[in-house]
Design a binder for this molecule. Structure first.
Ligand code: JCH
Length: 268
């Protein structure tokens, strides 16, 4: 997979040289190039911002340097036919695991990191001729620019690229791939600060361990993310799952998971 990132703070992306993603780059599984937007600003002060038309607080990123930077990326000899241009924005569609899965199948991703109050809107319109343009939010809170969102998205997408995670089995069980939160994990020592690891995990009964973990997933999802429980397809629930959900304050009605009407203080 090929990834280009454009930013006025290219050093922000240095962390992508570490750990799993850094190894994947060295192994040739990911090609990640970070471009300094100011290299495409040609005045004496390498200006990338200007005052907003219509007034308002703060500055807006000028279209000129963005046009040049994105043209250079689109015209590179090994660029994809129509790369996906991801523009981090508090006004984008919210990034999630399904989006990470989809992006991991793309050959070429380009990330445009805005700063100040954002990028002149005409850049996104103009870019649609050569890119598939997608404004994406990391979540419903406000950052100072796109770089932190790109760090998160490149890590989430990069680890789904075949070969990046050494043991692909660890991708299967994870949170959100099956719509449930993950089960709690424990390691040695068996007792720490007077707290014992759940007994079932110390025995070798794999059926009982699987059931314990599934119950923990259902119970903590019910408390922490009831929205996810309401989105479960009951077709994927066995008798034990339904019982666990009942105890957590939910039931199946008319082929859907709903809150148990009599659930007072059991569900979160
Ligand atoms: C960004 C900003 C508009 C502040 C500038 C570029 C993404 N999920 C998420 N939160 N915040 C971002 C993000 C991404 C790119 C930029 N800013 C600062 C922009 C605002 O309007 C209210 C406020 C923030």
């Amino acid at each position: 997979m090929r990834i280009d990132v454009v930013s006025i703070f290219p050093e922000y992306l240095d962390a992508l040289g570490l750990s799993l993603i850094g190894k994947a780059r060295r192994d040739g599984l990911l090609r990640l190039d970070v471009h300094d937007l100011r290299a495409f600003a040609h005045d004496r002060h390498r200006t990338v911002d200007d005052t907003p038309y219509g007034g308002g607080a703060g500055m807006v990123m000028k279209p000129g340097p963005w046009g040049e930077a994105l043209s250079a990326i689109a015209d590179a000899p090994d660029a994809a036919e129509r790369p996906l241009l991801i523009v981090p924005s508090p006004a984008g569609a919210v990034f999630n695991q399904a989006m990470a899965q989809e992006l991991s199948t793309r050959g070429h991703l380009v990330f445009a990191c805005g700063r100040y109050e954002g990028i002149d809107e005409r850049v996104l319109e103009w870019a649609a001729e050569r890119f598939e343009v997608r404004p994406v939010s990391l979540g419903d809170y406000v950052l100072n620019g796109g770089e932190v969102a790109v760090l998160a998205m490149v890590e989430a997408v990069g680890r789904l690229v075949p070969g990046v995670v050494g043991n692909p089995e660890s991708l299967v069980e994870e949170s959100h791939s099956d719509g449930l939160l993950e089960y709690p994990v424990y390691t040695k020592p068996p007792v720490w600060e007077g707290r014992a690891v759940p007994e079932v995990l110390l025995g070798g009964n794999h059926g009982k361990i699987a059931r314990f973990r599934r119950n923990e997933q259902l119970a903590r999802t019910a408390v922490r993310r009831p929205d996810l429980v309401l989105a479960i397809d009951p077709a994927g629930l066995n008798r034990h799952d339904r019982d666990a959900l009942w105890h957590a304050g939910f039931m199946i009605d008319d082929g859907r998971v709903v809150r148990r009407p009599d659930a007072g203080d059991t569900a979160g």
